[in-house]
Design a binder for this molecule. Structure first.
Ligand code: AMP
Length: 449
């Protein structure tokens, strides 16, 4: 589809789309918008950074503007940052003079401010499950007129344990409504949920499920935990542009950011323990290039859209393989290119293995043989025989919980010795090793009932 006009959207929307520079729909928008405008429930999936927000925001706004009833929409997101990002897209699309108001209900923000916003009868409510439920319990929010429900990043919401909260919210929703579920990935539990909450949904899958942008260059660095910090510095020094570094714990974000600041980098930490006002300020500084390096937990792994973000470094591997796709999907957005670097320590071999199996399902058979467990560490190699160097099967290696400490017991974030021998022991596997050449599932561009 070569322009938005063909979708027959209302004039106000066409004007806003021009103003924000959206000339033609992205593939997910071209596929999903006509179904949503036609009132269908929808299960939508596309790679991260491909315009999913517009795919639901544009038609929902169109339907709300065109309706002569006081219909409302509820958009539920897993994280506060994503909710804020989504409300900004809605506000841009509504335009400054629109009488339709949008309101953001997220934890960590003063409830009084939200109560004031709710008194102005917003017709678009965006929020995180916990705070939405708080307002429902207080009866400060009514969903009786909610004709549209969007569950964004649904798989993440379930991973974060929001399943019960979502069920709770749905009890307050009218039965007669249009429900849209979006996510970059759709594991089985989402399909089950969709059967419960969607009525005869259209399924829109643009590009393969679980795919990464083709514009991401991948690099894997096998490294001991104790050398990760120095290697991070080397990587930051040799790269230009904004960097998002993912670590496992909130504590690590603070430690590493503190050490990087001491070592002369414009860095900051983002984690769920920070006050919301601080989280907002840090995200704003990162978006505005005032911070070059953001050290974050997985709260930053979903949906965040920072256009100039060039590099994602996985200082620690994610515990859940799917999160890898979301993490590195923060770069190479909207057709840009980016780089993803993975630090893999010997005790993260099993995590890398899970990621590798997700990226290369065809290679699964290599890992399926059960053998004796091995205590030897696994250095990830894509073309591996599935055995560790001692010939034992690494697939059975007992999973160890990382303590965030290096092998000598010291906290890695506390070891910023710049002149380390990290280089010599570092083994870099260039992108051919890590780049998913094959699609994880057969490439699909289809819509079916
Ligand atoms: P999203 O996947 O919704 O986070 O969108 C990723 C990026 O694509 C954001 O920076 C959007 O502003 C941008 N984007 C979304 N739709 C379009 C479009 N139709 N034309 C140009 N840019 C778009």
């Amino acid at each position: 589809m070569d322009n938005f006009e063909k979708l027959g959207l209302c004039q106000a929307l066409n004007k806003s789309l021009k103003k924000i520079g959206f000339k033609k729909p992205t593939p997910i928008q071209a596929e999903a918008i006509p179904f949503i405008l036609a009132g269908k429930d929808l299960l939508g999936s596309a790679s991260t950074g491909t315009g999913k927000t517009g795919a639901f925001a544009i038609p929902v706004i169109d339907r709300i503007i065109s309706s002569n009833k006081d219909e409302c929409a509820l958009i539920v997101t897993p994280t506060r940052e994503l909710a804020k990002q989504v409300i900004n897209v809605f506000r841009d699309l509504l335009g400054p003079s629109n009488s339709i108001k949008a309101c953001c209900l997220i934890g960590g923000e003063a409830i009084g401010k939200q109560l004031n916003q709710l008194k102005r009868n917003p017709r678009i409510i965006i929020g995180t499950p916990g705070r939405i439920n708080d307002h429902l319990e207080k009866k400060s929010l009514s969903l009786k007129k909610t004709a549209y429900l969007v569950l964004d990043e649904t798989d993440r919401m379930l991973d974060m344990g929001f399943g019960i909260q979502i069920n709770q919210i749905l009890k307050f929703m009218p039965q007669e409504r249009q429900t849209l579920m979006f996510s970059a990935t759709f594991p089985k539990n989402i399909i089950t949920l969709s059967k419960k909450y969607l009525k005869n949904p259209e399924r829109v899958t643009v590009d393969a499920e679980n795919t990464l942008s083709k514009n991401i260059k991948h690099e894997v660095i096998n490294i001991d935990n104790s050398k990760k910090y120095n290697t991070l510095i080397e990587q930051l020094e040799k790269r230009k542009g904004a960097v998002l570094v993912f670590v496992k714990t909130k504590h690590s974000t603070e430690k590493i950011a503190k050490n990087l600041k001491r070592d002369g980098f414009k860095a900051d930490a983002l984690n769920g323990d920070l006050r919301q006002s601080k989280r907002d300020r840090i995200m704003k500084n990162f978006r505005e290039n005032k911070i070059r390096v953001l050290i974050a937990t997985d709260i930053a792994s979903r949906g965040l859209d920072v256009r100039h973000l060039q590099h994602v470094i996985n200082f620690d591997l994610p515990q859940v393989a799917e999160d890898y796709i979301h993490r590195i999907g923060r770069t190479a957005r909207a057709g840009a290119s980016g780089e993803a670097i993975c630090f893999v320590s010997p005790n993260e071999g099993h995590l890398w293995l899970n990621i590798d199996m997700l990226l290369n399902p065809d290679a699964k058979h290599k890992y399926s043989t059960r053998g004796k467990s091995s205590n030897k560490s696994y250095k990830p190699k894509r073309k591996s025989s599935g055995k560790s160097s001692n010939g034992k099967n690494f697939a059975d290696k007992p999973k160890r919980k990382s303590s965030g400490k290096s092998s000598n017991g010291k906290n890695f974030a506390d070891k910023p010795k710049r002149k380390s021998s990290g280089k010599s022991s570092k083994k870099t596997v260039r992108s051919s090793d890590a780049k998913p050449k094959k699609r994880f599932y057969p490439a699909k561009k289809k819509t079916k009932k």
